[in-house]
Design a protein around this ligand. Structure first.
Ligand SMILES: Nc1nc2c(ncn2[C@@H]2O[C@H](COP(=O)(O)OP(=O)(O)O)[C@@H](O)[C@H]2O)c(=O)[nH]1
Ligand SMILES: [Mg+2]
Length: 198
């Protein structure tokens, strides 16, 4: 008889947010399938990607990546999507400044609906397009610090640069938060029952 594999310690829901065509689907796809598909179709509504298992601090973690189509008419869904999310990646295109400027409207909703302590990473994509770069790494980091993001990275869904490490980083932040919540839970649940009227 084969030993039964144990399931994940944590299952996390991560929301991919950001304007259309910044590379959310390409990045998610590369992370799961290790391929770049140049002629990917515009995401309508939501698409799901599952990363079966990664290891973070001795914990088995499964990731559900919710890739959200950035079109305006779907924005109304974002507050509902935030429910039950453990982390969020806000992505911009390093060649298009307007895609970074739009972060206020997205992150405001995330903080309101997911909770202020939910990790949210700022990720500048398309870093392979060096000649077209319009936002420096330094500026990205500054915006991340100023606007209350939990982390920052730059990626390329074409070359795969930094994709593993970005998801690993947000997974680590989510595990840390879960452990803190578990600790809080323990300390509030340790009071023994009181018998009244004995
Ligand atoms: N050069 C380059 N192109 C990218 C990168 N990521 C996405 N693209 C291209 O940008 C376009 C939009 O990508 P997509 O993943 O559909 O963006 P989404 O709307 O945010 O999901 C597609 O033509 C992709 O091939 C990247 O890192 N580098
Ligand atoms: Mg898409």
């Amino acid at each position: 008889m084969t030993k039964k594999e144990s399931g994940p310690d944590y299952i996390f829901k991560i929301l991919m947010l950001g304007d259309a065509a910044v590379g959310k689907t390409s990045l998610s796809k590369y992370y799961i399938e290790n391929v770049f598909t140049p002629d990917i179709r515009l995401t309508v509504g939501i698409q799901f990607f599952i990363k079966q298992e990664i290891i973070v601090d001795d914990k088995k973690v499964k990731l559900q990546i919710w890739d959200f189509g950035g079109e305006d008419r779907f924005r109304i869904m974002v507050p509902t999507l935030c429910l039950g999310s453990h982390g969020c990646i806000f992505m911009y295109d390093t060649t298009r400044p307007s895609t970074l400027n739009s972060h206020h409207s997205w992150t405001y909703i995330v903080k309101e609906r997911c909770g202020r302590d939910v990790p949210i990473m700022l990720v500048g994509n398309k870093s392979d397009l060096k000649d077209k770069r319009a936002i420096s790494t330094e500026h990205g980091i500054e915006v991340a610090k100023r606007s209350g993001f939990t982390g920052f990275s730059e990626t390329s869904a074409k070359t795969g640069m930094n994709i593993e490490s970005t998801f690993q980083a947000i997974a680590k932040l989510m595990v840390k938060r879960m452990k803190q919540l578990e600790e809080q839970d323990k300390s509030t649940n340790t009071k023994p029952p009181i018998i009244i009227g004995d």
